[in-house]
Write a protein that binds this ligand. Structure first.
Ligand code: NDP
Length: 326
């Protein structure tokens, strides 16, 4: 099996020298075990901050993949079936099945299995739970989402449209803004070229925002917070603008605004609602098949390009979900 190992912890932005491609000898699967072959591997922003406390130098990079069962001594996972596995950055792995989730049995033939890592997987579920469980978004409300053309953000906007809301999104290129318009966002702007973020937010929704789905963090959050309506709700999903900081930022939020506007802000991780995943995956797939959800993927070919795909994601190269096809 080929693996990508973190040989040196990240210091600032990840570099090629943090990673090394290694070959690992795999044992033959024992009773109850399966041998997996990666088909699609996910690269996700969380790998950057989580590496600091979930990994030590010399560990295989953490991550999720869609894998095919190529040998099986576990009847729950027959040869030829597909699973979502937390095997990390590996081409092959042996598992006893405990960390495997079979890809939904009724997965339609015409839907790529890579979506199990994106719109119909963890990022899609994150969008759904952030909207329903954290924000409690209601019909007619106005929602703001940043990193809007990414895996989570693009789903947030579309689910909010399904719920009958006005959606405003910000993203880092004109091509991404065009994509948001295709998805049905009411307003979208390029935060890199817009000049004043405050003015852009006011123009997109002069009456302010009921809900803010926060993916980016840092100083721009303070600006967005000022544009909230009274009693607004903020789902803190991510803070990607801070993940490569060498010195942690402190105090990005103007607390006095939170008080006078009586805002509610809640951080969350999608894993809180793991018990709902099977039912939620069916709902997302249902919307996809009804044509209510569109998706785009940014597919990098070749396992050897995992670090490049990961670094590209952190630089905003992707429109939609960033995935590596083996
Ligand atoms: P995306 O597909 O959105 O990719 C990351 C995007 O972030 C880039 O394309 C880039 O888009 C944007 N970005 C990168 N650096 C910056 C920066 N300095 N300032 C502003 N934007 C930046 O990734 P995901 O959809 O997978 O994740 C989005 C967020 O959601 C992340 O913060 C992630 O950690 C979080 N998340 C949280 C989960 C949870 O359970 N809480 C689960 C999954 C994700 P652009 O060109 O627009 O800048």
């Amino acid at each position: 099996a080929k693996t990508w190992v973190l040989i040196k912890h990240f210091d600032g932005f990840p570099k090629n020298t943090n990673f090394e491609l290694k070959v690992e000898e795999l044992p033959k699967p024992k009773d109850g075990e399966v041998l997996l072959e990666a088909v699609f591997l996910s690269v996700d922003p969380y790998m950057r901050p989580f590496s600091a406390f979930r990994m030590k130098e010399g560990d295989v990079m953490i991550g999720t993949q869609v894998a095919k069962v190529i040998q099986s001594k576990n009847p729950a996972f027959p040869v030829g079936s597909h699973v979502v596995s937390r095997s990390g950055w590996r081409t092959h792995s042996v598992s006893d099945g405990t960390d495997l989730v079979p890809v939904m049995p009724e997965w339609p033939q015409d839907v790529s299995l890579s979506l199990a890592l994106g719109s119909i997987g963890m990022p899609g579920l994150t969008a759904l739970y952030g909207i329903e469980e954290v924000l409690g978004l209601q019909k007619g409300e106005t929602l703001l989402v940043n990193a809007a053309a990414g895996a989570v953000g693009s789903m947030v906007g579309q689910i909010a449209k399904i719920k009958g809301c006005k959606v405003v999104g910000s993203a880092g290129s004109d091509a991404k803004v065009a994509f948001l318009k295709e998805l049905g966002f009411d307003e979208a702007f390029n935060y890199k070229t817009v000049g004043s973020l405050e003015e852009a937010l006011k123009k997109a929704s002069p009456e302010g925002y009921d809900c803010f789905f926060e993916n980016v963090g840092g100083a721009s959050s303070s600006v967005a917070l000022q544009q909230m309506k009274n009693f607004g709700r903020i789902a803190v999903c991510g803070s990607i603008s801070t993940y490569n900081d060498t010195n942690p930022q402190t105090g990005p939020y103007p607390h006095f605004t939170m008080i006078v506007k009586q805002l509610k802000m809640e951080g969350f991780m999608q894993s809180r609602w793991e018990h709902k995943h099977p039912e939620s995956i069916k709902r997302l797939m249902g919307w996809l098949k009804e044509g209510k959800l569109q998706f785009r993927e940014h597919i990098t070919k070749g396992f050897e390009n995992m670090p490049a795909a990961f670094m590209g994601l952190l630089q905003g190269e992707n429109i939609g979900k960033a995935v590596v096809a083996v």
